[in-house]
Design a protein around this ligand. Structure first.
Ligand code: AMP
Length: 238
């Protein structure tokens, strides 16, 4: 269990007047980046940009990018920087990103981080990016990932160990048979952890050195983690 700092543990509300700007949520697979991104969307009405979701949506729409990405995703490997950077460039052109946005799962390599820094510098007036890392221990991540099940109809996320449905493998709301993401097996999880440790951990160091980084304890209750994330953002934007 990661111990929360005093300020994380006592996190309270954050000024609604704050302009959030670009916020990176970093963390290992299963750390809760998506869940916390949704809390920030609710707080500030800015979009969540998940590169994993964008890639999955490309695959579902049958694009060439989606087909290329799926092979790598199913092995737990990263998609090339060029492909992902281009996808993010296109998404950042949308007008809903003007006050800020939450990047969930991007940047995952130093190359992507350098590209993003350059991209933002080129857009004068943009606030600098700030990075929040959600820290969760290996055993907890493993349970979250290998236990994760999703309702194919309403997208509700369950966990067979931590938050099971009333009837095994069946959605409480829709009665649909729950599905598993194709990359949520133990083998692929281990590969994703290797990619995270070798390629994404240096991204954390990059933003730490720039003084634009904070870590929060991701093993607390969801609301307490959200409070920690918002307090960290307020401090970094203060
Ligand atoms: P996620 O949904 O964030 O867990 O991402 C699922 C998979 O999509 C990852 O294991 C990678 O294969 C791919 N992916 C997502 N974001 C990136 C990124 N920023 N760079 C490279 N590959 C990515």
């Amino acid at each position: 269990m990661v111990v929360a700092s005093q300020s994380e543990a006592s996190a309270g509300t954050v000024s609604g007047h704050l302009t959030p700007g670009p916020i990176l949520l970093l963390g290992a697979p299963g750390a809760g980046k998506g869940t916390q991104a949704k809390a920030l969307v609710k707080e500030w009405g800015i979009p969540q940009i998940s590169t994993g979701d964008l890639l999955r949506s490309n695959f579902e729409r049958g694009t060439e990018l989606g087909r290329q990405a799926k092979v790598l995703m199913d092995r737990g490997e990263l998609v090339s920087d060029d492909l992902v950077n281009q996808m993010v460039t296109d998404r950042l052109k949308e007008p809903d990103t003007a006050r800020g946005y939450i990047l969930d799962g991007f940047p995952r390599t130093l190359g992507q981080a350098n590209w993003l820094d350059g991209h933002l510098t080129a857009h004068t007036g943009a606030l600098p990016v700030i990075a929040i890392s959600i820290r969760v221990s290996y055993n907890q991540l493993l349970r979250r990932i290998t236990g994760r099940r999703i309702c194919p109809v309403c997208q509700t996320i369950y966990n067979v160990y931590l938050q099971p449905p009333k009837v095994d493998e069946v959605c409480d709301k829709e009665g649909a048979h729950l599905v598993r993401r194709s990359d949520d097996s133990k083998e692929v999880f281990d590969e994703r952890m290797r990619a995270y440790e070798s390629l994404t951990a240096p991204v954390i160091e990059h933003y730490r050195k720039l003084g634009r980084f904070e870590a929060v304890d991701g093993e607390l209750e969801v609301d307490a983690v959200s409070a920690g994330v918002m307090t960290a953002i307020a401090r970094l934007r203060g």
